[in-house]
Each structure stands twice: as structure tokens, then as C-alpha cells.
Design a protein around this ligand. Sequence first.
Ligand SMILES: Nc1ncnc2c1ncn2[C@@H]1O[C@H](COP(=O)(O)OP(=O)(O)OP(=O)(O)O)[C@@H](O)[C@H]1O
Ligand SMILES: [Mg+2]
Length: 366
Amino acid sequence: MAQVRLHRLVKNYDETPAVRGIDLDIADKEFVVLVGPSGCGKSTTLRMIAGLEEITAGDIIIGSEVVNDVPPKDRDIAMVFQNYALYPHMTVYENMSFGLRLKKVAKDEITRRVENAARILDISELLQRKPKQLSGGQRQRVAMGRAIVRDPKVFLFDEPLSNLDAKLRVQMRTEIKKVHQKVQTTTVYVTHDQVEAMTLADRVVVMNGGLIEQVGTPNELYHFPRTKFVASFIGSPAMNFVPCTIEEAAGTLRVRLSSDLVFPVPQDRTQRYRAHIGKACLMFGLRPEHIVEQRSHIEPNQHAFEVQLEVTEPMGMETMVFFVLAGTELCGRVNPNAGAQSGKRMKLVADLGNMHLIDDASGQVL
Ligand SMILES: Nc1ncnc2c1ncn2[C@@H]1O[C@H](COP(=O)(O)OP(=O)(O)OP(=O)(O)O)[C@@H](O)[C@H]1O
Ligand SMILES: [Mg+2]
């Protein structure tokens, strides 16, 4: 087991920058997920840690050793890819033990490790089968088993679930989490799926354009995004954004979304937002779950407003409502029994205690 440090890590492919100088400290036993849109440099980062890609500048430190020039096979790392490429002519047992046999590990030690990994992954019954006799999820487990038996310092996963159907993906996500709780190997996991990132990670690293936007626990990123990019990337349906201005009237600070819609700024934010009175280029951000139907009891930071619903989408446990405010489409999440109907007017409340104020020019949350 080991910690992993990336220090000012850079990768250019010819003239194309893929990773533009990232710093990241991953603790021993930690499960870190790199997430971000296609092309943001996730796989490149992972492949540099594995040693499959030469680094342009910076350092990679595994344990206490700088591994920049250490070949992949000597880094003591196991990688699981999207295409797990099991050998079709070998049984599950042979597939899982292949790497150990190459390394000339003693036979009973191999048996012990394979049986132990099979137990952890719940595939003990499948050891004598060939890959074609397995389901997609079972094959994925075998691929993980192959990594576990090597007892590496670090696990690297690159989108290991993207070949599975949606239901199996959710199942395997839970399995991967359970496996990590058992073996506790330091793990770096790449996905472009923010839900997968949130559910698996101790800490999530949001990447964008070859840089790290923010690192934090899933809850930190969700509730305290530092940039508009993170605010909009994390969470589904995505956060609502409306252009706004901050104004002061009769000693109270207010956020104005349109000529006839203005909300008071919560007390604990007045200090912070006062500097932005009258500024152009501000955005108001609020997640859909902080726009709900008006109830008999209104909480301190909740403020009512009325809208014309354009579309409603019943999801069972809740109903999504869509409406236009100051030319922008917004989404709220209301109780399925709240009587939301497309084309009808509805009284909603916005929970300003969860609002975000964003400088749209710099992309920073204020
Ligand atoms: N071998 C290569 N040669 C040239 N450019 C490359 C090479 N591999 C990746 N790139 C470029 O580097 C950037 C980062 O690619 P990378 O594969 O790390 O993205 P990613 O975040 O893993 O994306 P995805 O979610 O699509 O897998 C992209 O602009 C890509 O086009
Ligand atoms: Mg990739």
C-alpha cells in the first residue's frame, strides 16, 4: 500500500497539451476518482501514473520513491481498463493467476491468493469456467480479481464499468466499493460519470481542460463548488443559473433576477456579497431540489414566487417542473402530490440558504 503524489505534472503530445500542470496528494488507502468531460486529461493522468505514458514535466511519487523513470512492471501497480481483455482459452482461475505464474510465485501461494480474491469478489463458484461462459458483470469481477491477486501498491481503474448496461453498472459500482473496503488498496479511478464519481470516491478530483478545477469529498463538491464548472458538472439535473444583480434597499441586500423577481440575501452572506453590489456579469445558482412547492410552513431562508409551468416530468418519488424565468429555463423538484401540471401556474419556494453567487466572467463562485 502506498500514497501517490503528483507534482506539477505535465503531458504534451507533440504540441497538444493534455495535462497542464497538476498537483495531487493521494493518501494511503484512499479512493480517489478523477472525473471530467471527454478529453480533459483523465486517462493521460492515469497512464502516466501507470508508467504507460512518458511525462513531459513534473514528478510522480509512489510511496516515497520518484517513479518518473521506473518502468511500468516495476511500479507495483495493477490497472483495470474498460476492455478487460480476459484470455478466452483460459479458465477464470488461469486468468486470475496468469500474472503470478509469470512472476514464478509458489503454487500454493497462487492458490491462496486466487481463492481469497475469488471469495472477496464472490466468484468462487466460477473459477473453472471460461470467460465466454460468464456474464458481463462476472467478467468484470474476474478482471478485478486479476488485479487483486497481485496485491499491488495501487489500483488504477479507467472507466471499468462503461461496457456494462445501466443496471449492472450500478451493481458493480457497489461491488467495487465493497472490495475497496475489504482490501483497502490505494485506488485512482477514472470516469466521466459524475454519479459514479460521487458514489465511489473518498475524494473527487474534477478536471477540466488538462487542469484540476477542484478536489474535495463528494459533499464538499456538491455543496461548496468553487467554480461554475464544478457547480454545473456535479449534480443531476444540473444546477440552475440565472443572470442577476446584487442591490441594497432599505439596508437589506437583495439579489435581483428580473424586473419583478427579487430575493433577500440570507444574513450570513451579506458581508460576503456586499462587495458585489451593482456589478455586471453575476450569476445566481440554485439546485433544482432547492426549488420546491410552497408548503404551509415556510423556512427562514425560503421565499415564495409564482411561475407558469412549461413541462412537468413525473419521476415517481418526485416531479420535475420546468419553467422560464427572465428568459432562462429553470428546473424545480416538487412532491408528486403537489398538483404540478404543464401549462398551469404554480407557487414555488426558493431556498436562498443554498444559493450560489458566481462571477460569470472569471467562473469563480463568490
Ligand atoms: N496518443 C495521443 N496523441 C495525441 N493526443 C492525445 C493522445 N492521447 C490523448 N490525446 C489528447 O490529449 C487530451 C486528453 O486525452 P485523455 O485521453 O487523457 O482524455 P480523457 O479525459 O481520458 O477523455 P475520455 O473521457 O474521452 O476518455 C485530448 O485532447 C486527447 O485528444
Ligand atoms: Mg479516457
